[in-house]
Design a binder for this molecule. Structure first.
Ligand code: F6P
Length: 319
């Protein structure tokens, strides 16, 4: 393989730039040319493609967002859109593609591979919900952003003796809520994977109150319900003075942590190696700190598992 492409797709995640840098530099180091595709699959269809040099990815390892920009592209869900993309790649003599993104991006990569164009999926999303890896690029940074917010909210919650509901991202996966809740010392964590019981939440809050606790932090993953909706229900049940903080898209920004830069560098470089080895249609990931790769269809068929031990522990420590 002498010429490859790289794109970022779906919701951006801190560390995507570090992954793009790793792809570009590793490929050039191996004597392979690299083309950057701007604006994800949208740019692939419209041909927003440029050759990348070593210097094209200078000064980006520490930057949030993605220099290649990103998009959610409906047209690429269709076979017609996918064939247009392949046409653009072939016109430039590109023989393989590295896709950095989440679940939807993997589906695009799978479709292209099935149409005969080899792709490698690199997990980039703050949600940490991609099968075939213990961690996704961006999760650690987003987690630290949420923790920082919780710590600040705790200060004002404590001064005013209030209950705070903090809504974090995660439509289908509760990883961010769970990890942030445990490491931020939240009283209650609501995740999409486990239906909540208002009575037990109420009991827990009241018990805490009885033993002198003056404030509480409740983390709600957006996939459960909106923070405002939950706070309204809670206030009706408890009459506690409740406030809501919806963290929103700030969770997707910011300079990536060292952990995310390391992960991105390792996974990006491994993706290039796989293409050079002639192995298309795979995903890269990290398990027990070892790099792994899976067939992309098999990976997509694996359910994402929330770490139940961590979930149990969060309940044990927030009594
Ligand atoms: O997939 C990442 C993510 O940030 C989710 O946590 C969130 O539900 C979604 O993207 C938001 O997407 P958008 O930026 O398109 O509103």
């Amino acid at each position: 393989m002498k010429r490859i492409g790289v794109l970022t797709s779906g919701g951006d995640a801190p560390g995507m730039n570090a992954a793009v840098r790793a792809v570009v530099r590793k490929a050039i180091y191996q004597g392979v040319e690299v083309y950057g595709i701007y604006q994800g699959y949208q740019g692939l269809i419209t041909g927003q493609i440029e050759k990348m040099e070593v210097g094209s990815v200078g000064d980006i390892i520490h930057r949030g967002g993605t220099m290649l920009r990103s998009a959610r592209c409906q047209e690429f869900v269709t076979k017609e859109g996918q064939l247009k993309g392949i046409q653009q790649l072939k016109a430039l003599g590109i023989e393989g593609l590295i896709v950095i993104g989440g679940d939807g991006s993997y589906r695009g990569a799978k479709a292209l591979t099935e149409l005969g164009f080899p792709c490698i999926g690199v997990p980039g999303t703050i949600d940490n919900d991609i099968p075939g890896t213990d961690f996704t690029i961006g999760f650690d940074t987003a987690l630290n952003t949420v923790i920082d917010a919780i710590d600040k909210i705790r200060d004002t919650a404590s001064s005013h003796e209030r209950t705070f509901v903090v809504e974090v991202m995660g439509r289908n996966a509760g990883d961010l809520a769970l990890w942030a809740g445990l490491s931020g010392g939240a009283e209650t964590i609501l995740i999409p994977e486990d239906p909540f019981d208002m009575d037990s939440i109420k009991d827990r809050l009241l018990k805490g109150h009885e033993r002198g606790k003056r404030h509480s932090i409740i983390i709600v993953a957006e996939g459960v319900m909106s923070g405002n909706e939950f706070a309204k229900k809670l206030e009706e049940e408890t009459q506690f003075d409740t406030r809501v903080s919806v963290l929103g898209h700030m969770q997707r920004g910011g300079s990536p942590t060292a952990v995310d830069r390391m992960l991105a560098s390792r996974l990006g470089a491994r993706a290039v190696e796989l293409l050079i080895e002639g192995k298309g249609g795979r995903t890269v990931g990290i398990e027990k700190n070892q790099l792994v790769d899976y067939d992309i269809s098999e990976a997509l068929a694996m359910p994402h598992q929330l770490d139940l031990d961590i979930y149990r522990l969060s309940k044990e420590l927030s009594i």
